[in-house]
Design a protein around this ligand. Structure first.
Ligand code: FHN
Length: 423
């Protein structure tokens, strides 16, 4: 490695250190689309909630009218931050501007924003930034840098604007960059700028990256800043600080770099009144463990209502996840991927921190023995105990496996964590 690369890696490691420790974050999709909540002119519009403008091909002028009725009087930043914190989440990423182009923050560069265009008249990101600071939660901003169905030069809206007349470079230089500067300077330290989809060309991706770096060097940049060739199918960091996987995508095995899975709790990101397909808390816990065991972060979404509330079912699920995290958080925070190959069909996952391996047992064998496969001969286990009550377990070793004597029933049917101390 030459000096430049070493320096680059050192800076990168510094930037990423809190993120690697965090492992679990909250994604918030909140915008004008939360108002129709999946219904337009009396019809349920198929697809994800925040795509309603596109899916129903709503003219920009008509969609704009939603702002007049967007008044989230129940919004309480502290309550949102508490939901995240109680769930064990360490950072929040909220949509500052999604594809509909509506800005959920005050901006000099457009009046199409929550302060100037709605009866609410306040900047919720300001309140959120303060609440996060008070509670020690990092705050990042999602910013749709490519798709903007409202801006004539943004991409994606071909029902209102003539694609041939668009000047995308001007949109990036005269609109996106100044707005990023607002976000990076008006809200305290910004943990992440979460670009989405992709930036069309490497040149513009580099320009955006350098812009963010020049304003706030410690802000982490999501992998979706990358142009399509880098972004699709390849696990490459590219212009970002980490690899952003596809929505709800989990790799089969570990990835030897920083990566994150953005994920939904039901089947939408933005609030949809009739999407009740919630994942169970147990499923969410196992997904978090699965992702962590492969070295990734889990950015789990909530879609607040237009009134400003996180839907009750989301809160209930997150409460239960939080209960599990209170007891088992040690096996998640700051851990690394399993050093042992664990395939998807195995009834357990492994996370690692220092000399400890955390064995997360999802499927409990009922014959009194648990066989952990694939240990290297020199991986000596000196002690095994339940994380929750520190009760020790007997075990024996064969060449490559560890056979633990276990009680008939799991301590936790979702995931019982056994700590293996290694020499
Ligand atoms: O199109 C968006 C979608 O609305 C949502 O924001 C997700 C979150 O990862 N990103 C895009 C699709 O991948």
């Amino acid at each position: 490695m030459d000096n430049l690369n070493e320096e680059f890696e050192e800076e990168h490691n510094q930037r990423m250190s809190w993120w690697r420790e965090a492992r679990f974050g909250m994604f918030i999709h909140w915008g004008l689309y939360s108002l129709p909540a999946g219904v337009w002119k009396g019809k349920n519009i198929p697809g994800i909630g925040e795509w309603i403008m596109y899916n129903a091909k709503i003219p920009a002028k008509e969609y704009e009218q939603l702002a007049k009725n967007f008044n989230p009087i129940k919004f309480n930043a502290r309550k949102w931050v508490k939901v995240a914190k109680d769930a064990g989440m360490k950072y929040i990423v909220i949509t500052a501007k999604h594809h509909d182009g509506f800005c959920m923050f005050d901006s000099e560069y457009t009046d199409y924003n929550i302060v100037k265009a709605t009866p609410f008249k306040k900047d919720p990101l300001k309140e959120l930034a303060e609440a996060c600071k008070e509670e020690g939660i990092r705050l990042g901003f999602y910013y749709s840098q490519t798709i903007d169905w409202h801006h004539p030069n943004g991409m994606g809206n071909e029902w209102d604007y003539d694609v041939r007349k668009k000047d995308f470079t001007e949109y990036i230089r005269e609109y996106v960059k100044p707005q990023l500067k607002e976000l990076l300077t008006n809200y305290g330290q910004v943990a992440v700028i979460w670009f989405d989809i992709f930036t069309p060309t490497p040149e513009l991706a580099r320009e955006l990256k350098e812009w963010v770096r020049s304003i706030s060097p410690s802000t982490i940049i999501s992998g979706r800043i990358n142009p399509p060739l880098i972004h699709h199918g390849l696990y490459i960091r590219g212009f970002g600080d980490y690899i952003e996987l596809g929505d709800n995508q989990i790799p089969e095995t570990k990835i030897e770099d920083d990566w994150e899975t953005p994920a939904t709790l039901n089947d939408t990101w933005g609030y949809k009144s009739y999407d009740h397909n919630w994942k169970s808390p147990g499923r969410v816990i196992q997904l978090l463990v699965d992702i962590t065991s492969k070295g990734g972060n889990y950015l789990l979404n909530v879609g607040p209502t237009a009134e400003g509330e996180i839907p009750e079912p989301s809160k209930k699920i997150l409460e239960e996840v939080g209960r599990w995290m209170k007891v088992n958080g040690e096996s998640i925070y700051g851990t690394q991927a399993s050093p042992i190959n664990v395939t998807q069909d195995m009834p357990y996952r492994i996370t690692k921190k220092d000399r400890k391996l955390y064995l997360h047992v999802f499927g409990w064998p009922h014959y009194g023995e648990l066989n952990v496969l694939g240990l290297k001969e020199d991986q000596k286990v000196t002690k095994a105990y339940f994380l929750v009550d520190k009760k020790e377990l007997n075990f024996k070793r064969t060449d490559s496996s560890l056979i633990l004597s276990i009680p008939e029933k799991p301590l936790d049917p979702i995931d019982t964590v056994i700590v293996l101390e290694t020499a």
